[in-house]
Every structure is written in structure tokens, then in C-alpha cells.
Ligand binder design. Structure first.
Ligand code: DGL
Length: 258
């Protein structure tokens, strides 16, 4: 591994930007390449074999661009394709899964909620994880429609609020004290979610843990870049307006089409 090679990340669209933000906060010296496959979003409604094929395609693009490690910044792609990715490619991968463990370990009501895509909640990997936590009730909810609205930059519409209320109220009625955001798009809804759930509910996502895991693996592989000044390049196969909005002003960022 060459230390100065970039870290690659991919997602079905803009969701993985939530992971990218945590990653560059922890590793500001690293160059990053982010691939948003927005043309094919949402992945959450697709069949497993389609998610695997798209993940292969994204991985190959990032390998061609010279990445040293790939962060699968998508729960749906990780839970459906990480095994196949690891078998097929030599490059190291970091996957992202819903953060059930900290929620279960810290819950006092012993009832937690998870909001994720159909693809994640129906995956074998997720079912295996849930089976590890027998003493806690885990309320699973598919966030139908949320990813499409986020991809359109529609974060604060009445439609978004209505969907979130429909998905979260039953969890609140069951007295959850943790809400796990099991899709990398959902951290962009945190302000709207906070308006619905009581302050006693802790909302968690996996971004910081993924960043730490990436740092740990690069350290083990002696692949951390040491000089400061990371450059970020964002590739999208759709319009980049929403991506630009979510990233805000930053002169170190470059956008490209693929
Ligand atoms: N952001 C992705 C995830 O973490 C996928 C969303 C989608 O395309 O359905 O699951």
C-alpha cells in the first residue's frame, strides 16, 4: 500500500457524505475520492444480486482511480455485498453496519428502534446481528421514501415530516430510548428527527465508528498518509447540486462526473 494513495468511498448517492465528514474530521491529511451512484439510488429497494453488481462496479472505478482502501459508505451495500467484495478484490474494505451494539448495551428501557432500508433489514448479515441481542426488543422500520427525498435535497418538506412521524411514533409508543440510524442518508435528517422524538431518546449512527475503524486498519497496514492537506474529489453520475448543498463551502473540494 502506498501511503499517499487516496481513500475511496462509495454510496448509492449522497448518504455516504455523512461518513465522509466523520472520516476527514479524524483523518484530515488523507486524500479522498467519493463516488455517488445517484443514478441508481435507492439501492434499498433492489435485489441482492443487483446490489452486488453495483458494488462491484463502484469498487472497480475506485480501484482504477488508485485508491488504497475502500469504505463502503452504505449499509445496504455492506449488508448485501461485503462478503462478495472481499472474496473478489484484494483491496482492504471497511464496511458499515447499523450501530446496534452501543444501543443495546446502553439501553435502559431494553427497547430500541432501528430505521434502515428494506435491503439492510432483510439481509442475512443484519438478521445474524439481531440474533445476538436476545434481551432487548429491537423495533425495525423501513424508511420507505426517505432516501429518494434526500437525493432530491428535500430534507424539510411536509412530506418528509409526515413520513418520519409515521415511522417514529410507533417506536416512541413502545418506549425506545435509542434510535439507530441504519442508513447513511439518515444523519442528514437528524434535526427533523429530533423534533419528533423525545429528548430521552439517543440517536446514533455509525459514522464516527467507521472513521475510527479506517484509522485503525490503515495504521495496522502502515498506510496512513502523514503530510497535512487532504484533497477531496467527489464523483457523481447525477446532478451535483444536492451534494454541493450538503457539503457546504469548501475550496478543497472538487466535483466531477462519471
Ligand atoms: N445510504 C445507503 C445505506 O446506508 C443506501 C440508501 C439507498 O440507496 O437505499 O443504506
Amino acid at each position: 500500500m502506498i501511503k499517499n494513495q487516496p481513500i475511496g468511498l462509495f454510496d448509492s448517492g449522497v448518504g455516504g457524505l455523512s461518513i465522509w465528514k466523520d472520516l476527514v474530521r479524524l483523518l484530515p491529511m488523507e486524500d479522498t475520492i467519493y463516488l455517488a451512484d445517484s443514478k441508481n439510488a435507492p439501492y434499498g429497494q433492489k435485489r441482492k444480486h443487483e446490489i452486488i453488481e453495483l458494488s462491484f462496479k463502484n469498487t472497480e472505478l475506485l480501484i482504477q482511480m488508485g485508491c488504497k482502501i475502500i469504505v463502503v459508505a452504505c449499509n445496504t451495500a455492506t449488508t448485501n455485498a461485503i462478503k462478495e467484495l472481499r472474496i473478489r478484490y484484494d483491496i482492504p474494505f471497511i464496511g458499515i453496519e447499523p450501530a446496534l451494539k452501543p444501543a443495546v448495551n446502553n439501553s435502559t428501557t431494553k427497547v430500541i428502534g432501528i430505521l434502515a432500508t428494506q435491503g439492510t433489514l432483510s439481509s442475512e448479515l443484519f438478521a445474524n446481528r439481531v440474533a445476538e441481542y436476545k434481551n432487548t426488543k429491537i423495533i425495525e422500520q423501513v424508511g420507505h421514501g426517505l432516501v429518494s427525498l434526500i437525493e432530491r435535497g428535500d430534507l424539510e418538506s411536509a412530506e418528509m415530516t409526515t413520513l418520519l412521524e409515521v415511522y417514529l411514533q410507533p417506536m416512541i409508543a413502545h418506549n425506545i430510548d435509542y434510535l439507530v440510524l441504519g442508513c447513511t442518508h439518515y444523519p442528514f435528517l437528524i434535526n427533523q428527527i429530533k423534533k419528533i422524538v423525545p429528548a430521552t431518546v439517543t440517536i446514533i449512527d455509525s459514522g464516527a465508528a467507521v472513521a475510527r475503524q479506517t484509522q485503525k486498519l490503515l495504521t495496522q497496514l502502515d498506510g496512513l498518509k502523514s503530510e497535512l492537506g487532504g484533497k477531496a474529489t467527489f464523483f457523481t453520475n447525477s446532478d451535483s447540486t444536492v451534494m454541493r448543498q450538503l457539503l457546504g463551502d469548501n475550496s478543497n473540494i472538487h466535483f466531477k462526473d462519471f
